[in-house]
Write a protein that binds this ligand. Structure first.
Ligand code: Q9C
Ligand code: ZN
Length: 345
């Protein structure tokens, strides 16, 4: 399979995040994409640098003030104090209900809060470069599929599915799956489906397409009553206005194993098939594996090949986009198991 990858991902390398009240090393590391890249090469997949600039599509997915903030955020941070080069900024105040979110404050950390959903998404010097390269990969994958390629993988990071029109969150900055979907629509696909199999609900992707019937969003994820992102992902979120009926959430309890997960995948695939899309985007989170350090499903190694084989039976041109997955040593194997089973299916 063609896999888009850029070494620019390495420029996004924050050191720590907050976890259970402590500062801990980041779970979302450059090693993740490097190990996936190595496994792709060893299994004979074809690595390609991104071929397309996503800028025009990006403007349709994200709000202009957010893009302007994100692109210059590190320079703004270091501009406050040169010693900030060695410090990570974190938001500390958010415009929740009753507070105003229509004015950009002059204070940098307040602006960071305005454009963040959590304090778990650390910025680094090269965050923009890495996220932009991943979005370029998504646009490149869409061009490939529009030109007739059966399937493409975006071996990119940081992930994207928690990022919304004007906010970052959950280690995500730009929504690459949404960029791929929007790029496919522009290149003539009338209907597109996004299937999100990451452990965490793809709140950003859902919100971007919630009022649209052209892009179906279907997600399998840990029940948000107990799992991140907590405030979106329930089964009663079915779309709004023209998008009514084009959003399907299948929340599953923490502890769910391969059998129940694959049964839910069946329901998800039936909905995708019913959409009669001309292409599928899979938000391929691999944090559903037993032993993932921040997730609570218990899929086994073999379940990833089963997933790939089931997705192949949809018989759709498919773009796989890497999302989460933090059992880093096995990440390449899991990704390639899905892709290899898909290609054999
Ligand atoms: N720092 C993805 O899998 N909470 N994002 C982690 C607290 C956020 C995961 C623990 C998890 C986000 C793309
Ligand atoms: Zn996840």
């Amino acid at each position: 399979m063609i896999a888009f990858h850029s070494p620019l991902h390495q420029r996004h390398a924050p050191e720590f995040e907050f976890f259970r009240g402590e500062r801990v090393p980041c779970f979302e590391t450059p090693a993740r994409a490097e190990l996936v890249r190595a496994e792709l090469v060893s299994r004979g997949h074809e690595l390609r640098a991104p071929t397309h600039d996503c800028t025009d599509v990006l403007r349709l997915v994200h709000a202009e003030p957010y893009l302007a903030f994100l692109e210059s955020a590190w320079a703004q941070w270091v501009g406050l104090d040169p010693r900030n080069e060695g410090r990570q900024p974190f938001p500390s105040v958010w415009p929740v209900r009753t507070l105003r979110s229509d004015v950009e404050p002059d204070d940098f950390v307040a602006r960071l809060g305005l454009y963040s959903m959590d304090n778990g998404t650390p910025l680094a010097a090269g965050t923009w470069d890495a996220a932009k390269a991943a979005a370029d990969a998504a646009a490149s994958a869409a061009a490939c599929v529009a030109a007739g390629t059966r399937a493409v993988f975006c071996a990119t990071r940081p992930p994207g599915h928690h990022a919304g029109a004007d906010f970052m969150g959950g280690y995500c900055f730009l929504n690459h799956a949404a960029v791929a979907a929007q790029a496919l629509r522009i290149s003539g696909a009338e209907r597109v489906a996004i299937l999100d199999v990451d452990y965490h609900h793809g709140n950003g992707t859902q919100s971007l397409f919630y009022r649209r019937s052209d892009v179906l969003f279907v997600s399998l994820h840990g029940d948000p009553r107990t799992e991140y992102p907590f405030y979106l992902g329930a089964a009663d979120e079915t779309g709004e206005g023209p998008g009514q009926g084009f959003n399907l959430n299948l929340p599953l309890p923490a502890g769910t194993g391969g059998g129940a997960w694959l049964a839910a995948l069946e329901t998800a695939c039936a909905r995708v098939a019913h959409h009669r899309a001309s292409a599928l985007i899979v938000s391929l989170g691999l944090d559903t594996r037993a032993g993932d350090p921040i997730s609570k499903f218990t899929l086994a190694r073999d379940d990833f090949a089963r997933m790939g084989a089931r997705l192949a039976r949809l018989s759709l041109p498919t773009i796989f986009v890497l999302e989460g997955g933090y059992a880093t040593a096995d990440l390449g194997a899991h990704a390639c198991d899905v892709l290899d089973a898909f290609e054999q299916g």
